[in-house]
Ligand binder design. Structure first.
Ligand code: KIV
Length: 289
């Protein structure tokens, strides 16, 4: 899977699947599932690091997670999500940071949350050879300014602005677009006005690709966004596996296999001193908690 493959799929009208991933294990499994693009989103700030907002995402952590995902899924397109303030202070710093996603983060493409005012920066990144996915519509990195997360483009004026942002980004050299939390009408106008692959999240079904935060798909989120329909209940499965482990540890039935001493070594060792005292299993380990 390469950016070229994604382009070819989009131009043939074949939809591509994108999910977030933040570690090598999940990346390996999602690659095996045939997911085409893995986004190492700044949502890692929330779902991995436990912060309340995505703007807490540290650049160095994001780079390390991006490289981990690519190592786990070397045959999948990996998108590094540039965090808040990693591309805002100056163009020079932004380009260097974007470049780090390719060299240190092993990413195939970087994503930036933008409006049309970012066109010169996106143009410079394209000039430097950095593939950019421009994220328009709802922009969670602006949460401090806007008062939180929400939808976008629900008035005609705002819808026009989002379409203009998307067009400006494509003209500047973005090779992919992502639109978040907008009504279908906005998505359709973006599709009619641009040619690069468009990924949607909460943006209807017409986009070339669709992305979700993987925890929302797997049923691991306490609050699933209204546009996400879980395809599994891993949250419940993890809680019940955790409970089973608590029970096993308390009862001394941990399962698996034990290491054994080499022939004759146990006798030699036993002669050297007393064994550990026996620990009695709890009578009702789980109820006691
Ligand atoms: O950070 C992220 O996971 C994202 C998606 C929600 C699009 O940007």
């Amino acid at each position: 899977m390469t950016l070229r493959t994604i382009n070819a799929m989009a131009s043939r009208g074949e939809r591509f699947a994108c999910l977030t991933a933040y570690d090598a294990t999940m990346a390996r499994l999602l690659e095996r599932a045939g997911v085409h693009v893995l986004l190492v989103g700044d949502t890692a700030a929330e779902v991995v690091l436990g912060f309340p907002r995505t703007f807490h995402m540290p650049l160095e952590v994001s780079l390390a997670l991006t490289a981990a995902v690519k190592r786990g899924a070397p045959g999948t397109v990996v998108m590094g999500d540039m965090p808040f303030l990693s591309y805002h202070a100056s163009d020079a710093e932004a380009i260097r940071n974007a470049g780090r996603y390719l060299t240190e983060g092993l990413a195939d493409i970087v994503k930036l949350e933008v409006d049309a005012s970012f066109a010169p920066l996106v143009g410079q990144m394209a000039r430097a050879g950095i593939p950019v996915c421009a994220h328009v519509g709802s922009r969670p990195q602006l949460a401090a300014l806007t008062g939180g997360y929400g939808s976008a483009g629900r008035t005609a004026a705002e819808a026009e602005r989002i379409v203009a942002d998307a067009v400006a980004m494509e003209r500047a050299g973005a090779v992919m677009l992502l639109v978040e939390a907008v009504p279908d009408e906005v998505t359709q106008r973006i599709l009619a006005s641009t040619r690069v692959p468009l990924i949607g999240i909460g943006a209807g079904t017409r986009c070339h690709g669709q992305v979700l935060v993987v925890q929302d798909l797997l049923g691991m989120s306490d609050q699933t966004p209204r546009f996400a329909a879980p395809a599994a209940a891993l949250g419940d499965a993890i809680v019940s596996a955790g409970r089973e482990w608590v029970r096993r540890v308390a009862s001394g039935e941990i399962g698996g296999e034990r290491y054994r001493m080499r022939a004759g070594e146990a006798e030699r060792f036993g002669a050297a001193g007393p064994g550990a005292p026996e620990v009695k299993p709890a009578s009702d380990p789980v109820a006691g908690r």
